[in-house]
Design a protein around this ligand. Structure first.
Ligand code: HEC
Length: 146
């Protein structure tokens, strides 16, 4: 990664996380991070489906967001923040290693995709399938539907 990419990633992380650090471990901070991930996944999904034209920069931005956000997401589930969140299952705190491993896998898969940037809509689709398995698996295990 050259310095420009590092600066861009840092700037993006600042925009993404700046407003939530003060509210660490709340339902709002968790949702804010998941919304970032959801938005990025949505952008990839639109390209995969062809509702948006393939755009290498957009793919790069979305994958960078997913990689960076999934990395800090488990930090929002510190001991003692179990209560008051209707959507986050208590099982998260009981199985923190597994929860962290699932977030780490999503981040690592996004980084792998970033390194071999998907070159067309079909390749973006394959990436969405890989990442989507992590989304669905973790939600099934740890997210309580409202
Ligand atoms: C490590 C586990 C984990 C992974 C991986 C994960 N999520 Fe989530 N997600 C959660 C949890 C837990 C919640 C509920 C958080 C809360 O309410 O405090 C959630 C909530 C959400 C929400 C709801 C936000 C809202 O506005 O209420 C969206 C959207 C979402 N995830 C999208 C995704 C997508 C897309 C992916 C994959 C690219 C993904 N998630 C991967 C655990 C995960």
């Amino acid at each position: 990664m050259n310095w420009k990419a590092v600066a861009a990633a840092a700037a993006m992380a600042g925009i993404a996380f700046g407003s939530v650090t003060a509210a660490d471990g709340t339902h709002d901070s968790r949702i804010a991070l998941m919304k970032q991930i959801g938005g990025a996944a949505g952008a990839l999904g639109a390209i995969a489906k062809g509702t948006k034209p393939y755009d290498a920069e957009a793919v790069k931005t979305a994958l960078t967001t997913i990689a960076a956000t999934a990395k800090v997401f488990p930090d929002q589930f510190k001991p003692g923040t179990e209560t008051g969140d209707q959507e986050a299952s208590p099982k998260i705190w009981e199985n923190m290693d597994d929860f962290k491993a699932r977030a780490a896998k999503l981040s690592a898969d996004a980084e792998t995709a970033l390194a071999q940037l998907p070159a067309d809509a079909a390749a973006v689709g394959a990436t969405v399938n890989t990442l989507g398995a992590s989304c669905g698996g973790c939600h099934k295990a740890y997210r309580i539907k409202e």
